[in-house]
Design a protein around this ligand. Structure first.
Ligand SMILES: Cc1cc2nc3c(=O)[nH]c(=O)nc-3n(C[C@H](O)[C@H](O)[C@H](O)COP(=O)(O)OP(=O)(O)OC[C@H]3O[C@@H](n4cnc5c(N)ncnc54)[C@H](O)[C@@H]3O)c2cc1C
Length: 311
C-alpha cells in the first residue's frame, strides 16, 4: 500500500500534522516507538498545562488524550510501539523502515521530539535498587502518596508543579542543588505560598531502605542529614537517544534537524516539526510544535498534490 504521508512520532507535533493532513484527505500513517501522546503522556501526564490556548488549565495527560482522539476521529491510522529506523528511496517514492515492517509513502514528516528520552538519574547509592519501590521519575497515582512523606528532587517547572499537585495530601519537600529555582516565577510563587518545605543548595547523596524507601540522605555544604521519606520523585531533566537521526538522511544542526520556514528539510519529500527541529529563535513548547506541524503538513500537501494555487 502506498501512503500519501507518514509521520514519525505521535507527540503533539506529529498528531497535529496528522490532523491537518486528514483535513486534506491525505492517506496518513503515524508511527510511534512508544505510546501516542509524546512527552505529555510519558513524562508528565499529571502536570498542569496553563499555556495551551483555549484551556486556562488542563493536565498534560488530558491534553494528550484530546490530541490522540482528534487525530483518530479524523481517520488517521496510528501504530504505537513501532520504532522508525530509516527513510530510504524507492522507485520515486520513499520507504519507511521500522522495527516491524516497511511502508511506501510519497512524503514523510519527522516529529520525533526529544527522541526516545529517558529521565536523568541522580547516580546515588540505593537509586537503582529501589526504583519503583519508592523511587520514581514520574508522578505516581496521587492517592498512593496520601499521608506519606514525599521528597521531590529538582528545581524546574516540572518538579515544582508535581510537588504542588500533592502537597495538600502529603508531607512534601523539595530538594534543589542551587539557591534559586529555575522554574517560572508564577510557579515559584505558588511553592513559596504552599506548605512545601524547600531544601535549597542541597544534594541527595543516598537513598535508603530494604524493600522500599525509608529515608534519604541529603548533603548541604559539609553537613549530612538523614530524613525519613516514603517516596522520592526525581525530576532533574531527561537525556535522549539521538541515534535514530542518522536514519533520516537529512542535514542536522547541533544534533537537531535543520529546517527552512516551510519546515522542509534538506531532503526532498521529508519535512520536520516540533522539538526535533532547529532554527534561530526555536522555543520548545507544545503550541510552537503544533504551529510548525500545520506548516509541515501544508508543505507536504503542496509537495504531494502540487495544487494549482501553490505553483
Ligand atoms: C517536564 C516537562 C514539562 C513541560 N511542560 C510544558 C508546558 O507546560 N507547556 C508547553 O507548552 N510545553 C511543555 N514542555 C515541552 C513540551 O512537552 C514539548 O515542547 C512537546 O512535547 C514537543 O512535542 P513533539 O511532538 O515535538 O515531541 P514529543 O512530545 O517528544 O513526541 C515525540 C514522539 O516521537 C516518538 N519517537 C521518537 N523517536 C521515534 C522513532 N525513532 N520512531 C517512532 N517514534 C519515535 C516518541 O516516542 C514521542 O512519542 C514540557 C517538557 C517537559 C520535559
Amino acid at each position: 500500500m502506498l501512503y500519501d504521508l507518514i509521520i514519525i512520532g505521535a507527540g503533539p507535533a506529529g498528531l497535529t500534522a496528522a490532523i491537518y493532513a486528514r483535513t486534506r484527505k491525505l492517506k496518513t500513517l503515524v508511527v510511534d516507538a512508544t505510546e501516542a501522546g509524546g512527552q505529555l503522556a510519558s513524562l508528565y501526564p499529571e502536570k498542569g498545562i496553563d499555556n495551551y490556548p483555549g484551556y486556562v488549565m488542563t493536565d498534560a495527560g488530558q491534553l494528550a488524550t484530546h490530541l490522540i482522539n482528534h487525530a483518530q476521529s479524523m481517520g488517521c491510522e496510528i501504530h504505537e510501539r513501532e520504532r522508525a529506523l530509516a527513510v530510504e528511496d524507492k522507485s520515486g517514492h520513499l520507504l519507511l523502515r521500522t522495527d516491524r515492517d516497511s511502508y511506501e509513502t510519497k512524503a514523510v514528516i519527522i516529529a520525533t521530539g526529544m527522541g526516545l528520552f529517558k529521565p536523568k538519574r541522580l547516580g546515588v547509592p540505593g537509586e537503582d535498587r529501589l526504583e519503583g519501590k519508592g523511587v520514581y521519575y514520574k508522578l505516581p497515582e496521587r492517592d498512593a502518596l496520601a499521608g506519606k512523606k514525599v521528597m521531590f528532587v529538582g528545581g524546574g517547572n516540572s518538579a515544582l508543579e508535581m510537588a504542588l499537585l500533592v502537597c495538600d495530601r502529603s508531607d512534601t519537600c523539595l530538594v534543589h542543588r542551587r539557591d534559586k529555582f529555575r522554574a517560572d516565577e508564577a510557579i515559584v510563587e505558588k511553592v513559596q505560598m504552599s506548605s512545601i518545605e524547600r531544601i535549597m543548595s542541597s544534594q541527595v547523596v543516598e537513598i535508603k531502605g530494604d524493600d522500599h524507601v525509608t529515608s534519604v540522605v541529603v548533603k548541604k555544604g559539609d553537613e549530612l542529614e538523614e530524613r525519613p521519606i516514603d517516596a522520592v520523585i526525581i525530576n532533574i531533566g531527561t537525556s535522549s537517544e539521538a541515534q535514530d537521526m542518522e536514519g533520516w538522511g537529512v542535514e542536522l544542526e547541533g544534533g537537531l534537524i535543520k529546517v527552512d520556514t516551510d519546515m522542509c528539510t534538506s531532503r526532498r519529500g521529508v519535512f520536520a516539526c516540533g522539538d526535533v527541529v532547529a532554527y534561530k529563535g526555536k522555543y520548545k513548547q507544545i503550541v510552537v510544535g503544533c504551529g510548525e506541524a500545520a506548516i509541515a503538513s501544508n508543505s507536504a500537501y503542496k509537495y504531494i498534490k502540487e495544487p494549482y494555487w501553490a505553483k
